[in-house]
Design a protein around this ligand. Sequence first.
Ligand code: MN
Length: 374
Amino acid sequence: MKSSLPMRHASDEPPRSRSRPLVRAARMALYPRFAEVTRTKLDRLLQYARSHEKALILTHDNPDPDSIAAGVALAYLLEKLAGVHAIVAYGGIVGRAENRALVKVLKLPVVPVSRVVFDDYDLICMVDTQPEQGNHSLPARHFPDVVIDHHPERPDSHLAPIADVGGPIGATSTVVAGYFRASGLEVPPPVATALFYGIKADTRDLGRQTTRPDVDAYLWLFPMTDKEALAEIEHPTLPTDYFRLYHTAIERAVVYGDAVVCDLAEIYAPDMVAEVAERFMSLEGMRWSLAFGRYEDDLYFSIRTNDRRMNAGRLIRDVIEAKGGSAGGHGTMAGARLPVKGLSAAALRRLEEELVKDFLDAFGMKGRKGKKMV
Ligand SMILES: [Mn+2]
């Protein structure tokens, strides 16, 4: 059945940039097809969109640069090439200072989903997430028409008329940059800068989960970026809360063998767990990094690994979905959310202890004694 659905890439998966040389040579031969396939995907998307009037593009909750950039770029494409009025909305908050700067400095037109009346839109798109992912704010009575996401595909995503999901690509921004390139449309500097930063952030400067299309899109976009804006985004001023949280993080981090675990308690923005997990991954000798904290009625989790044999996305789903939460991610980075509304302080502590134990088991650190990081 799947093969009859539009915009699916199975045979046109781009090569991983770090394949062994022989395999790489063989895959390179496939590469021209990637551009061709992208053109076809764009045509199908535009043809579908043209019979609609108003598009709502949803990012995942607490959006990262990749989802914001992909959303804004898709909105621009739909307006220019399909004549569809498009807005970009997100659930949760734009938390990290870099992400706030991205929106502010580039004046990106994104709005909180609380301001959206879903029934006003006849075209619903989802970027950097998928219907079953559980980290977005699309009400269950709606289903997206368009899904564009580089995360591993979920079965339901292909029920969307237009789905460009899965594959090894490092960023959804790479996929949308590919559409731009195929369209021949000029990329406005704010859009180019956002897409560039989206790829840079998701691939950690092209060092993680990076494929040749990611590198190509990055290089293609760079001359079109606003360098001053980029510097402002990458080096934003930070609130006192940020340093307070880091202080807490450093004091509370515990090392178990080659895994570092940090319970951040209250956090001022959900995406701070990702920031801390990422940072502690640079601690010498670590193979795993886990950070979690509470924001409003949810516990947020973020894990990182540098072990290519492991799959962080699968691991976090196994642990968190068993407890009724939602999770997603890929090989080296993943995140999750678990509702804890109404739990007493004692019950919450027990749950956290259980979860840390589950994670340590999954990391292969069963029964290890922890030692404070500092
Ligand atoms: Mn992404």
